[in-house]
Design a protein around this ligand. Sequence first.
Ligand SMILES: Cc1ncc(COP(=O)(O)O)c(C=O)c1O
Length: 395
Amino acid sequence: MNIQLPAHIAFGQRLAQNPKVNIEFNLSDSCAQSLSVNALCQLANSTVESVLGKQELSYAPLWGGEALRQLIVDFHQSVNNHEIKLTFEDVLTFCGAQEALSAIYQCLFSTNSLFTSSELAESEIVVITPCYPSLVTMAEQLGIKVNCLLLDPEQEWQITFKELSCLVNEKTRLIVVNSPHNPSGSVITSELADEILALAKKFNCYLLADDVSQMSNYHQLPLAHRYLDYDKAIVVSVLSKSFGLSGLRIGWAVTKNKVLLKQLLAFKAQSSICTSAVDEKLAELALTHHQKIINDNNNITYQNIILFQQFIDDNPQYLSWQPPQAGLLGLVKCHSQTPLLEWAEQLAEQAGILVYPACLFGLNDQYFRIGLGKTDFSLILTRLQLFIDGNLSAQ
Ligand SMILES: Cc1ncc(COP(=O)(O)O)c(C=O)c1O
């Protein structure tokens, strides 16, 4: 197998090798603002010493600690509409959402997977694009045909059930959804989620919900779903995105499917074995105090969206966008004559700002991804304005 770096990471690595580039800011960051360990402990009126001082530095349980898995279940139960009762036994922790996604793709689609070899030979999956690159490349590397539903700016990047259902057939083994969507910021409402669930059931295929930024719902949209009532559904989430705690490599998969869970565990046992016990302890704290962390992060994102709308209004000849409906990301159209990959390289060289061109996510047009979750956002915009002014005067 020829394993490739995800396109956006490869782009960042290429820039890092350019001697003219010194990246100071990331304007495409997909995470909310992070907290220090001190600040996280203070949320519980506690100190680092009392939270971690006596923590033994041994392996964490293979499945993830029971207390942590119970907090994860409570969290999903409070956010979504499942009729079924979830228990901690439906949860497996991973080192980030990426390890969970990788485990799911491997368990479904590598040889000796849950499918027979003839089923596997003609397997297809459906992915909404542009998207987080791994969702497509991990399937392609396993030789699986990927049917892409390409989002359209004319439809505000919104998926329609009609277009999605045209791509699903008897060969479809998996439908992948990601809401709020990376990179467009569009969403799957509860109503559409019910239709997607019915479609997956009709074709008896797996349904994977990448929910990593579900809590970044600052407009209080109806984003709750009931996917987990279906035993071929898997929900993946993580502390990196809405929580902003990517330094804790704690992600998870939740499913009622015991056969799949056992396979995922076997994959994990051959990959990370377990997550870090220190991370798990801090993750318990973050989930216990999630309301405060999420509220603070959503206020930052909401204010940054207002700031960026003002920035667009000040530069209508240069940039345009559709603000995200939810999540931490959006797509910005750049009206410069320079091809976007080249433009992004110039921005990195001249202003020290990293942006990811949308072609890295599968959209070949003059867009880049904007990250709206960080407190240094207005500082970056000041730098960006200088770059744009310089560009315009040079034309
Ligand atoms: C949609 C989506 N899913 C999964 C991941 C992986 O999350 P993590 O890096 O925390 O493992 C990312 C990270 O950017 C993402 O954007």
